[in-house]
Design a protein around this ligand. Structure first.
Ligand SMILES: C[S@@+](CC[C@H](N)C(=O)[O-])C[C@H]1O[C@@H](n2cnc3c(N)ncnc32)[C@H](O)[C@@H]1O
Length: 244
C-alpha cells in the first residue's frame, strides 16, 4: 500500500479546524457510544486507528486509566495536536488536584484520591494497514477506528480492516464508527458535505453500505451495526465485531 492519505478535513479546510467541525456531527453522542462498546478494562491494550487529534483515544484513557491506549495516525500535524490536547488535559487535572488538596487542607481533611485525569496515551506515526509492524500480531484487545474508512479507497479500507484483524488477539473486539449506509434522502443529502470534502470515489461505497461486508471479508465474526446516529453530515454507524 502507498503512504498516501486524505487529511482529517479532506480538501475542505486545514486540519487546525478539525475539532470545531467534527463537533457538528453530534460528536459527544456517538463518541460516548464508542467508549461504551469498547469499555476498556484494566491491563487491556486498545489501538485507535487514524486517531486524528486524539479526542477518542483521550476519552478511552479517561474511561479506564489502567488500560494502555495507543493512537496511530500517519499525519504528524494531527498527532502534534493530539499531544497538545493530552498535555492540556494533564495540566487541568493537576490544577484540579492541587485545588482539591488546598481546600481539604483548609478543612483539615484528606483530599479524595485521583484527579480525574486519564492514563497516558501512546501516540504513534503510521498507516492503518501497518499495525502489525507497529504493535505486533495478536497484541491488542480492542481495535477501534472512527471516521477514517470513509476517506479511504476500497482497497485501503480492506487493508486497514485486515491489519486491525491481524493485530487483535483471538477473541479481540473491533469497534468502527463511520458514515455507513445512508438510508434516507435527507441523510444522503447531508452526506454530500462529506463527499465535497473527501471526494465521491472513496465515500460513496460507505453510503451504499459496503462496510459490514468488508468487515466480515476481513475475517471478523458477529458483525453487527449496533447503532445509527443521524447527524447534519449524514448518519454515522457503529459497527461491532469479534476476531474469532
Ligand atoms: C476524519 S479524521 C478522523 C480522526 C479521528 N479518528 C476522529 O474520530 O476524530 C481521519 C483521520 O484518518 C487518518 N487517516 C487517513 N488515511 C489513513 C490510513 N490509511 N491509515 C491510518 N489513518 C489514516 C487521517 O490522517 C486523519 O487523521
Amino acid at each position: 500500500m502507498s503512504d498516501d492519505f486524505t487529511p482529517a478535513l479532506g480538501r475542505l479546510a486545514p486540519t487546525r479546524f478539525y475539532d470545531p467541525v467534527v463537533a457538528l456531527t453530534r460528536e459527544r453522542r456517538w463518541r460516548s457510544s464508542v467508549v461504551m462498546y469498547v469499555s476498556p478494562r484494566p491491563g487491556e491494550t486498545v489501538v485507535d486507528v487514524g486517531c486524528g487529534t486524539g479526542s477518542l483515544a483521550l476519552l478511552l484513557a479517561r474511561a479506564e486509566p489502567r488500560a494502555t491506549i495507543v493512537g496511530v495516525d500517519p499525519d504528524p500535524s494531527v498527532l502534534a495536536a493530539a499531544e497538545r490536547k493530552a498535555a492540556a488535559e494533564r495540566k487541568a487535572a493537576a490544577e484540579r488536584k492541587a485545588a482539591a488538596e488546598r481546600k481539604a487542607a483548609v478543612k483539615g481533611e484528606a483530599a479524595a484520591g485521583g484527579n480525574g485525569a486519564g492514563g497516558a496515551v501512546r501516540w504513534l506515526a503510521g498507516m492503518g494497514d501497518a499495525l502489525v509492524s507497529l504493535l505486533g500480531a495478536g497484541s491488542v484487545d480492542t481495535a477501534v477506528s472512527s471516521l477514517v474508512l470513509h476517506q479511504c479507497p476500497v482497497p485501503v479500507k480492506q487493508a486497514i480492516l485486515a491489519s486491525m484483524h491481524a493485530v487483535l488477539r483471538p477473541g479481540g473486539r473491533l469497534v468502527v464508527a463511520d458514515y455507513g449506509l445512508q438510508r434516507t434522502r435527507l441523510m444522503r443529502l447531508a452526506f454530500r458535505t462529506v463527499q465535497l470534502a473527501d471526494g465521491r470515489a472513496d465515500t460513496q461505497p460507505n453510503a451504499d453500505g459496503v462496510l459490514p461486508g468488508l468487515i466480515a471479508g476481513a475475517g471478523f465474526g458477529d458483525v453487527r451495526e449496533a447503532e445509527v446516529v443521524p447527524t447534519v453530515t449524514g448518519s454515522i454507524s457503529l459497527y461491532v465485531a469479534h476476531r474469532p
